[in-house]
Write a protein that binds this ligand. Structure first.
Ligand SMILES: Nc1ncnc2c1ncn2[C@@H]1O[C@H](COP(=O)(O)OP(=O)(O)OP(=O)(O)O)[C@@H](O)[C@H]1O
Length: 324
């Protein structure tokens, strides 16, 4: 389990992580989503013990990251964004070295190497020097290093960055399997990654935690103020009075909060009504029942927010722009 209580990090006058609190439970994969410079890496570094929080408290597996640093750090496997690998060693020698650093008992080292090599599918490159490896294999060696010693907690900073589609899928499979029995936290820019492997999502921007929930929970929150649009045909020349009449009828529907009406840009003699609606079962049907007797309804749509919409809602820009 990872627990952050009001954790902040300042570099000089700049606060890059601002009073962040959350818990990640065993058997859970938490995705950390945010634009460039949001504070994801800094937060992961504070959890891993690579850097200390300026204020607040980090606890991992029940141990305080400052006062019980050595034992707390042993509970963690950390894959940094750029894993520090020793290029001149071969994979076997590097992993053996990493196992010793992690205090894996000497008699267990061979078994541990076998285990992580199989988990990360490194058999084919076991005797190769690290400088000869492709980026995908280097990343998997980094992941294998993080898995050594069977840590309870796995922290992964952009684990699939720079990998090809097959490698991405394989790495996600390893993470998903590990997440079934461990506590996993990963940072990513990739929404697909979050939907494929994360149970909950934390959205961070400018050091502040904006939301943390399951993808479905976030969707529901954003849907609280969701939008239904409808197109209705009106007799020629009646658009102004029709718009007013339509607006008052729509506002009578329970759950419709605001209505904005304008002439359709695509079709003559059509109005487009945009309604902000509360999250409520059957609201589209209620709107349709109100409109159909008096209006020629052409289209009615309610768009469920995607993770991209949710990110937009909180961060104010699409993911693609935020990482450009
Ligand atoms: N050692 C440091 N000294 C000063 N500022 C730092 C230091 N490390 C990080 N920062 C600043 O802290 C902010 C957060 O950086 P961080 O790397 O945690 O963001 P991030 O969300 O991981 O971004 P990215 O997605 O680009 O990796 C940035 O503005 C960064 O410049």
């Amino acid at each position: 389990m990872i627990v952050l209580e009001s954790v902040s990090k300042r570099f000089g006058a700049k606060t890059v992580v601002d009073q962040v609190s959350f818990t990640v439970n065993p058997g859970e994969v938490l995705g950390f989503l945010g634009p460039n410079g949001a504070g994801k890496t800094t937060t992961l570094r504070m959890i891993s013990g690579y850097t200390t929080a300026t204020s607040g408290r980090v606890t991992v597996a029940g141990y305080d990251m400052v006062t019980q640093h050595t034992i707390a750090a042993r509970k963690i496997g950390y894959l940094p964004e750029r894993p520090p690998l020793y290029d001149t060693l071969d994979v076997a020698a590097y992993l053996k070295f990493a196992a010793k650093v992690k205090a894996v008992p000497r008699r267990h080292i061979a078994d541990e190497l076998d285990r992580v090599v199989v988990a990360c599918r490194l058999e084919a490159v076991f005797r190769q020097e690290i400088f000869k490896l492709s980026k995908g294999y280097r990343q998997r060696v980094g992941l294998a290093q993080a898995l050594l010693g069977k840590p309870e907690i796995l922290l992964l900073d952009e684990p699939t960055i720079g990998l090809d589609p097959t490698q991405i899928q394989e790495t996600r499979d390893v993470i998903r399997a590990f997440g079934e029995t461990h506590t996993v936290m990963l940072s990513t820019h990739i929404l697909q990654e979050v939907t494929q492997i994360c149970h909950r999502v934390a959205i961070i921007d400018r050091g502040r935690l904006l939301a943390i929930d399951t993808p479905a929970g976030l969707q529901q929150t954003v849907e609280q103020t969701h939008v239904v649009t409808l197109n209705v045909a009106v007799p020629g020349g009646q658009t102004d009075t029709s718009a007013q009449a339509l607006a008052s009828e729509l506002l009578e529907v329970d759950g419709v909060e605001t209505v904005h009406i304008e002439p359709s840009a695509d079709t003559a003699n059509q109005l487009v009504a945009t309604c902000q609606v509360a999250l409520k079962d059957g609201i589209e049907a209620a709107i349709a029942r109100t409109v159909v007797p008096r209006w020629d309804l052409h289209q009615l749509a309610r768009q469920h927010p995607t993770l991209e919409n949710i990110f937009m809602h909180y961060v104010g820009q699409p993911v693609a722009e935020s990482v450009a």
